[in-house]
Design a protein around this ligand. Structure first.
Ligand code: NAP
Ligand code: GLV
Length: 327
């Protein structure tokens, strides 16, 4: 087979069969990511790289990979890849938008429900044998129906969450760096400033990509604007939120609850203070973790890879040299 490819983790069986039918693929066999040194050793020897969001693909690595024809990420977010360096080197970068939008939006709603109705505490309560009778004022939470939902980043996933919010009769407001007319006409979402969103929303759900402008976007000052009972949901990237400021805001009751699928650092060390807080829940970055979504994004990553190896435009490109670059 003419092409050699390094894959930084096992893919789904269907995706591996498709890849193996096309090229000579080496799969990193472990459950944890290859170290940067392993990436440095492998990448210059191959024609194609299939990577995950846990792999640091930086300028140094890209510049050493003289044979590399394509980088194919199995995720929509590509903040772990130096896109500018890839574009400079003429290497297309694939990613996997759309196919995980609904799964991730579903999880955001699950986190909203879990936070508002204190599901984690309620499950622990019954499991610990503390459920003695029906109690009028125990484990009281917040109404989800009719709440004001603030979407920060009204792209694919933000819109899918807003659409689900309509089913709960929520009022939708959003902030995005550019206005999104279809969200206003089709979802009735109101465009507001970031300050207004933080001040008025009962639930703030984050859906921006991680970039220089969004890193630390929710810090001490922003948390201070939020309502005392507000719920912060992060299914975007951990670094969008200042973790220390969040811990302080949760501890002091400045905000009501945080439900996080992504954290900074990631993974969060087992002894991290966030795990001790009664008003925080954390899931291990499982936004797209349905069988269907993960298989579909694995297959798309393989399609992107094959297109790149054959010198065709990628079906879903974050960088396509000679064409428009995506964020
Ligand atoms: P998307 O369609 O590109 O949406 C991102 C939105 O954020 C766009 O509307 C963009 O606005 C806006 N935005 C970018 N920078 C901004 C800024 N500085 N201020 C305000 N708005 C800004 O992406 P998506 O498919 O919805 O995915 C969003 C992110 O979710 C991904 O990048 C990834 O990090 C995360 N994600 C997480 C999981 C998980 O497992 N938890 C799964 C999938 C995705 P413009 O229209 O102006 O570009
Ligand atoms: C997951 O976090 C993704 O970006 O696809």
């Amino acid at each position: 087979m003419p092409y050699s490819v390094f894959v930084t983790r096992h893919l789904t069986q269907e995706a591996e069969e498709k890849l193996d039918g096309f090229c000579q693929a080496e799969y990193w066999p472990e459950d944890t990511p290859p170290s940067y040194d392993v990436l440095l050793e492998k990448t210059p020897t191959v024609d194609g790289l299939v990577c995950l969001l846990t792999d640091r693909i930086d300028e140094n690595l890209i510049n050493q990979a003289k044979n590399l024809k394509v980088i194919s990420q199995v995720a929509v977010g590509v903040d772990n890849i130096d896109l500018e360096a890839a574009a400079q080197a003429g290497i297309p970068v694939g990613h996997t938008p759309d196919l995980l939008t609904d799964a991730t939006a579903d999880l955001a709603i699950a986190l909203i429900m879990a936070a508002a109705r204190r599901l984690s505490e309620a499950i622990t309560y019954t499991a610990e044998g503390r459920w003695k009778t029906w109690e009028l004022t125990t484990l009281l939470g917040a109404d989800v129906h009719g709440a004001t939902l603030g979407i920060l980043g009204m792209g694919r996933i933000g819109q899918a969450v807003a659409q689900r919010g309509l089913g709960f009769n929520m009022d939708i407001m959003y902030y995005n760096r550019s206005r999104v007319p279809e969200a206003e006409t089709e979802l009735g979402a109101e465009y507001v400033t970031l300050t207004e969103l933080l001040q008025q929303a009962d639930i703030v759900s984050l859906h921006v990509p991680l970039n220089d402008a969004t890193r630390g976007m929710i810090g001490r000052d922003e948390l201070a604007l939020m309502k005392p009972n507000a719920i912060l949901v992060n299914t975007a990237r951990g670094e969008v939120v200042d973790t220390e400021a969040l811990v302080n805001a949760l501890n002091s009751g400045q905000i009501g609850y945080a439900a996080l699928d992504v954290t900074d650092p990631e993974p969060l060390p087992p002894d991290h203070e966030l795990y001790q807080l009664p008003n925080a829940i954390i899931t291990p970055h499982i936004g797209s973790a349905t069988r269907t979504a993960r298989n579909n994004i694995s297959l798309l990553a393989v399609e992107n890879l094959i297109a790149g190896l054959e010198g065709r435009p990628l079906p879903a490109a974050a960088v396509q040299p000679d064409q428009d670059n995506h964020d």
